[in-house]
Write a protein that binds this ligand. Structure first.
Ligand SMILES: Cc1cc2nc3c(=O)[nH]c(=O)nc-3n(C[C@H](O)[C@H](O)[C@H](O)COP(=O)(O)O)c2cc1C
Length: 388
C-alpha cells in the first residue's frame, strides 16, 4: 500500500495521481491488459520475484550507468516505449515526453498512433528519436510514414509485430472505449469527463486536435475514440509476415527492432531476417493473455540469438531496480510504457523528468549496493535467483 503522496516518488504514486485526474475510460485504457490480465500481472510479479545479490567492500565511488543504444550514448539502459494516444492523457503529451527524454538523455520512441505526429515531435525534440510502425493493409501508408520519419532524422525503427489482432481488452469494452454503449452509457462517459476539470481544460479543450497526427489524413476531422478504434481494427493488417520484415529492411536505412518477439524460434528467425535487434515484449500484457511474462521469456531469447543481434525488453518495468534485473538477465536495455505515461498524465513533462531521474538514481543505488560500477558488469552473476 502506498500512502497518499504529497511528492510522488514511485510508479504507484504517479498511477494514483493519474487515476484521479483522468477520465475513467482513459485510465482503464492505460492500466488494463487483455482478458484476465494474467500476463499483465506476471510481467511485474516475475520481475519482483528476482533478487539482486548484495555485495560489500568494493570501491563504488564512481558509478557509470551509461549505455550505447544504437549509436546513442544514453544516460542509462532505458528508453520510452511507444504509447498510442499519449496526447489524450496530457496536452500534446508526446511532445512533452520527448522533451523529458531528451533532458534525461534517453531515447523516446514515437507510436504510429501518437496524437502528435512525427513533425510535431521533431519540432519539440532536440535529439533524434525512434519511430514505431504498425503496418496497415495499405502498404503505401507504411512507406509514407517511414519516409516522414526518415526526413526528420529518426534513427531507429521499432516494428511492432504482436498486434496481428487487437487483444481482447475487456476493460475497454466495459468503459465503452471503442464505442458500443447505449445512450445512458454514453451519458455516463460524458458526465465522467465533465467532472475531471483539470483534464478537461488541459486536454479536451486545450489539447486539440486529438486524432493521431500521423494518420490524420486517413481519419475524419475531430475523430472520436470509437471512430479511431474502428479505423485501427479495420486497417491493421493480420496478413503481415516475415516477407514484410524483409520489405521494411529495404525501405529503412537505420536500425530495425522487431517489437513483440517472445519466442526463441521467432528470435532465431529475426536474426535470419537481418534486423538489428528484438524487443522481448507482450505489449504490456495487452495482447495474448497467458503469454509468458517478458522477463520470463528473456533468457530463452538471449540464448537463441547467441549475441548476433541486440535484445531489449519491456513489460512490467516500474523502477531502476527492474532495469538492473532485466540487464542482469541479459537485456541490452529496457523500455518503459506505463512508467512514463502515469507521470505524464499526473504532471506532464515535469513528471516524466522526475520519474526518469528517480529511475536513474535507483539504478545507481542498486549498482552501488551490488558492487557494480558500470552497466557491462551487470551480468547474471548479479542475481541471487537467476531463473524465474
Ligand atoms: C496505453 C498504451 C498504449 C500503447 N500503445 C502502443 C503503440 O501504439 N505501439 C506499440 O508498439 N506499443 C504500444 N504499447 C505497448 C508499449 O510500447 C509497451 O510494450 C508496454 O507498455 C510495456 O509494458 P509496461 O507498460 O508494463 O512498461 C502501448 C501500451 C500502453 C500501456
Amino acid at each position: 500500500m502506498t500512502q497518499r503522496a504529497l511528492a510522488p516518488a514511485t510508479f504507484a504514486d504517479y498511477r494514483a495521481i493519474a487515476k484521479k485526474r483522468l477520465p475513467r475510460q482513459l485510465f482503464d485504457f492505460i492500466d488494463g491488459g487483455a482478458y484476465q490480465e494474467v500476463t499483465l500481472r506476471d510481467n511485474a510479479a516475475d520481475l519482483d520475484r528476482l533478487r539482486i545479490r548484495q555485495r560489500v567492500l568494493r570501491d563504488v565511488s564512481h558509478i557509470d550507468t551509461s549505455a550505447d543504444l544504437f549509436g546513442m550514448k544514453a544516460a542509462m539502459p532505458l528508453a520510452l516505449a511507444p504509447v498510442g494516444l499519449a496526447g489524450m492523457f496530457r496536452r500534446r503529451g508526446e511532445a512533452q515526453a520527448v522533451r523529458a527524454a531528451n533532458a534525461a538523455n534517453v531515447p523516446f520512441c514515437l507510436s504510429t498512433v501518437g496524437v502528435c505526429g512525427i513533425e510535431e515531435v521533431a519540432a519539440a525534440a532536440s535529439t533524434p528519436f525512434w519511430f514505431q510502425l504498425y503496418v496497415m493493409r495499405d502498404r503505401g501508408v507504411a512507406r509514407e510514414l517511414l519516409q516522414r520519419a526518415a526526413a526528420v532524422g529518426c534513427t531507429t525503427l521499432a516494428l511492432t509485430v504482436d498486434l496481428a489482432y487487437p487483444g481482447a481488452r475487456y476493460r475497454d469494452v466495459r468503459s465503452g472505449f471503442g464505442g458500443g454503449l447505449d445512450k445512458w452509457g454514453d451519458l455516463a462517459v460524458l458526465f465522467d469527463r465533465a467532472r475531471r476539470f483539470a483534464w478537461l481544460r488541459d486536454v479536451a479543450i486545450g489539447g486539440r486536435p486529438h486524432a493521431p497526427g500521423n494518420l490524420a489524413r486517413y481519419l475524419p476531422d475531430n475523430a472520436t475514440l470509437p471512430q479511431f478504434s474502428a479505423f485501427a481494427a479495420q486497417n491493421l493488417d493480420p496478413s503481415v509476415s516475415w516477407k514484410d520484415v524483409e520489405w521494411i529492411r529495404g525501405e529503412w536505412k537505420g536500425a530495425v527492432l522487431l517489437k513483440g518477439v517472445l519466442d526463441a524460434e521467432d528470435a532465431r528467425r529475426a536474426v535470419d531476417a537481418g534486423v538489428q535487434g528484438v524487443i522481448v515484449s507482450n505489449h504490456g500484457g495487452r495482447q495474448l493473455d497467458s503469454a509468458r511474462s517478458s522477463i520470463g521469456a528473456l533468457p530463452s531469447v538471449i540464448d537463441a540469438v547467441e549475441g548476433r543481434i541486440e535484445v531489449l525488453m519491456d513489460g512490467g518495468v516500474r523502477s531502476g531496480l527492474d532495469v538492473v534485473k532485466a540487464v542482469a538477465t541479459g537485456a541490452k536495455a529496457c523500455l518503459i510504457g506505463r512508467a512514463w505515461v502515469w507521470p505524464l498524465a499526473a504532471q506532464g513533462e515535469a513528471g516524466v523528468t522526475r520519474m526518469l531521474a528517480f529511475m536513474k538514481k535507483e539504478i545507481e543505488i542498486a549498482m552501488a549496493l551490488a558492487g557494480l560500477t558500470n552497466i557491462g558488469e551487470i551480468t547474471r552473476a548479479a542475481l541471487d535467483r537467476p531463473d524465474i
